[in-house]
Design a protein around this ligand. Structure first.
Ligand SMILES: Nc1nc2c(c(=O)[nH]1)N[C@H]1C(S)=C(S)[C@@H](COP(=O)(O)O)O[C@H]1N2
Ligand SMILES: [Mo]
Length: 383
């Protein structure tokens, strides 16, 4: 890392000082239910687990992550998408041009690479997301491949650079990402114009955002105004050092040599318990433990639950649709034998045979937390 980079990183980390969200941090921004305020300039908002009770996460409950101050608000008519770089001709497209292309719907889970960062030990600086920097939505819009074809994109270029209309002020870097051409041309990769059947709301990237199914949230570039097929991966802050993960594990609390960090692409297998809430009290009697599970580009095969800290496990029942890219809801019927304190765990297995680990791979930026989920529940004597 150059000294300049290191300074930028320090600025970013300082801005997101160690801080754990509590219910007191709940805020409402226009168009949203009360969400957990993780950062306020601009708002980074986490979904409380109680809202995760449907396969599609309602847009007004969906988490928000935006890095730069003054997120753009784009006027429909004024919007232009420039496609330049390794193309046969540079084009400027309007929203109508994008609406004329075949519109494809893809259900996909969007998860921030930093979701669960608060659970790493030793603690890692950055936004202290717990369980809710994730949501599942139905995205619709043209395939990115069809959009790129309008400019005669060179399909042999290794990358596509994607720029959002948000820009860095006062020395903060611009949000620019590179996606390998192979993923860009995948038939499920979209330049989405709609989220859950409505135009994408301003805060989620109106009028057009990338959908890179199964990949980490930073690839889902919002407010896309430029696409550029390119030979090289962009070298800016949001590609390097941000959103990189060590190729081989490092000792917890240690550093990872920059040369050993690679960009995060597909997301790991993971299940999350959404009900009851951690440390809740419930009355004795039959209980239903619920949650969701997803596995990036793989599908969820199985979710197991333990109500005794991991001695015995039983299979949860899963929602019927077994899709790549989108989560499955699961539930587990439980009849606690006696009042007392119970430690409940959930563990996912995906279609590639990956099993959610006991311990997540510690890394200096706190990405990809996917350890077996764990809550504690107090069972009180029934009435
Ligand atoms: N232009 C732009 N796109 C962006 C970001 C951003 O700051 N600017 N944040 C990214 C990250 S890190 C995540 S996790 C997702 C969050 O999407 P959401 O706010 O719609 O939930 O958007 C991604 N796209
Ligand atoms: Mo993110």
């Amino acid at each position: 890392m150059t000294p300049n980079r290191r300074e930028l990183l320090a600025t970013f980390l300082a801005a997101a000082a160690l801080r754990t969200a509590t219910a007191d941090d709940a805020v409402t921004v226009p168009g949203k239910r009360p969400l957990i305020l993780q950062n306020d300039r601009p708002e980074d908002l986490e979904t409380p687990v109680r809202y995760f009770d449907s396969w599609t996460t309602p847009t007004d409950a969906f988490y928000v992550r935006q890095h730069l101050p003054r997120p753009p608000r784009i006027d429909r008519g004024a919007y232009r998408l420039t496609i330049n770089g390794r193309v046969s001709k540079t084009v400027e497209l309007t929203l109508i041009d994008l609406e004329r292309l075949p519109q494809i719907t893809v259900p996909a889970t969007l998860e921030c690479a930093g979701n669960g960062r608060a659970f790493f030990r030793p603690a890692v600086p950055g936004i202290q997301w717990t369980r809710g920097a994730i949501g599942n939505a139905e995205w619709a819009g043209p395939r990115l491949a069809d959009v790129l074809a309008l400019a005669g994109a060179d399909r042999s270029a290794a990358f596509v650079e994607m720029d959002g209309a948000d820009s860095g002020a006062g020395g903060t870097p611009d949000f620019i990402r590179s996606m390998p051409m192979k993923k860009a041309l995948d038939s499920a990769t979209l330049l989405a114009l709609r989220m859950n059947g409505e135009p994408i709301p301003d805060i989620h990237g109106f009028p057009a955002r990338l959908i890179a199914p199964g990949w980490c949230g930073s690839n889902f570039v919002k407010w896309v105004t430029r696409l550029s097929p390119a030979t090289e991966r962009h070298g800016g802050f949001f590609m390097n050092p941000a959103y990189r993960f060590p190729k081989t594990p490092v000792p917890p609390g240690g550093a990872a040599p920059a040369a050993d960090l690679e960009p995060i692409e597909g997301m790991p297998e993971k299940s999350t318990i959404t009900s009851p809430e951690d440390q809740a009290s419930v009355n004795a009697g039959p209980q239903v433990i619920r949650g969701f599970a997803w596995a990036g580009e793989e599908a969820i095969e199985r979710v197991e639950v333990s109500t005794d800290g991991g001695s015995r496990w039983g299979d949860a029942s899963l929602s019927p649709q077994k899709l790549r890219y989108a989560w499955r809801l699961w539930q587990f019927n439980w009849r606690p034998e006696a009042p007392g304190y119970y430690t409940i765990l959930s563990r996912a297995t995906d279609s590639a045979g990956r099993v959610q680990p006991v311990v997540a791979t510690w890394n200096p930026s706190g990405y990809l937390y996917n350890a077996i989920d764990r809550i504690g529940v107090k069972v009180e004597k029934g009435a």
